[in-house]
Write a protein that binds this ligand. Structure first.
Ligand code: PGA
Length: 305
């Protein structure tokens, strides 16, 4: 996906990641492939990619758990049976590279439809779940139920749930712990509001949100961190590759200091917020961007009525 350039700076890192740039002997990742990946995504959510894991200084062994780039499509509260059926058939005919994890997150009520008709190559995520075991919790969906219906992942801490629904850090952390305990992978979202960025609080906000996850989860093995600056979500105002990389490095550094060097090295940190076909290639070049969480662009091809 990204062009591995010998001029890329290789930050020193104290964890499992190499602290010096290895010889860049892996084939350079092709921009055109990356562009076609998101051009396809743009038109039909066709997902394919080159080998983004072959980045400078990010040997496979040091990249998150599976060593794979991670691309998630967050469909939010969009779609109908018919339009989602169309999206599924486009996804089923997409050419997907083997070294990219591809996950889609439909609304709860369409998960069963997606699970029963989508290729197994693409995993399914929920967009939320209840904090604990099911029971008398009207309107909620439990982790057990998500597992039962075939979900592999759940998105937790998305800014729309934090800032529109009012979920707080502790509540989200507990949800993550419970979901992991049920065997779900967690896409753990963090990110600052525009005002917080303007006040120079970006790192503090992200660290606080991270700490709530860290305080609650027993293990980071099945966690992917999604850095999604709130001001970039759905606004068309994507973070620059430098802005995103700066936070991703800080997140990795925080994990190294507060959890472990191994977790810092292995945990995938993906970027979300107005990712599309025109900007994904530059973002993916960044050393610490291990994938994307894509909202609007993942819906192209879906007729939203
Ligand atoms: P966006 O949404 O790509 O539409 O900005 C991303 C997200 O909310 O995960």
């Amino acid at each position: 996906m990204a062009v591995a350039s010998t001029s890329l700076a290789c930050p020193q890192f104290s964890g499992l990641r190499r602290s010096s740039c290895p010889k860049l002997d892996s084939p350079p990742l092709s921009i055109s492939t990356a562009q076609s990946f998101f051009q396809n995504l743009d038109s039909h959510l066709r997902l394919s990619s080159s080998s983004p894991r072959n980045k400078a200084c990010r040997p496979v062994v040091a990249m998150a758990g599976s060593g794979k780039f991670f691309v998630g499509g967050n469909w939010k509260c969009n779609g109908t049976k018919e339009s989602i059926g169309k999206l599924i058939s486009d996804l089923n005919s997409a050419m997907l590279e083997s070294d990219v994890d591809v996950v889609v997150a439909p609304p709860f009520i369409y998960i069963d439809q997606v699970k029963s008709s989508l290729t197994d190559r693409i995993e399914v995520s929920a967009q939320n779940c209840w904090i604990g075991k099911g029971g008398a919790f009207t309107g909620e969906i439990s982790g057990e139920q998500l597992k039962d219906i075939g979900c592999k992942w759940v998105i937790l801490g998305h800014s729309e749930r934090r800032h529109i629904i009012g979920e707080d850090d502790e509540f989200i952390g507990k949800k993550a712990a419970y979901a992991l305990g049920q065997g779900l992978g967690v896409i753990a979202c963090i990110g600052e509001l525009l005002q917080q960025r303007e006040e120079g609080k970006t790192f503090d906000v992200c660290y606080k949100q991270l700490k709530a996850f860290a305080d609650a989860v027993p293990s980071w093995d099945d966690v992917v961190i999604a850095y999604e600056p709130v001001w970039a979500i759905g606004t068309g105002k994507v973070a620059t590759p430098q802005q995103a990389q700066e936070v991703h490095v800080a997140v990795r550094d925080w994990l190294s200091k507060n959890v472990s060097a191994e977790v810092a090295s292995k945990t995938r940190i993906i970027y979300g917020g107005s990712v599309n076909g025109s900007n994904c290639a530059d973002l993916a070049k960044q050393e610490d961007i291990d994938g994307f969480l894509v909202g609007g662009a993942s819906l192209k091809g879906l007729v939203i009525s």
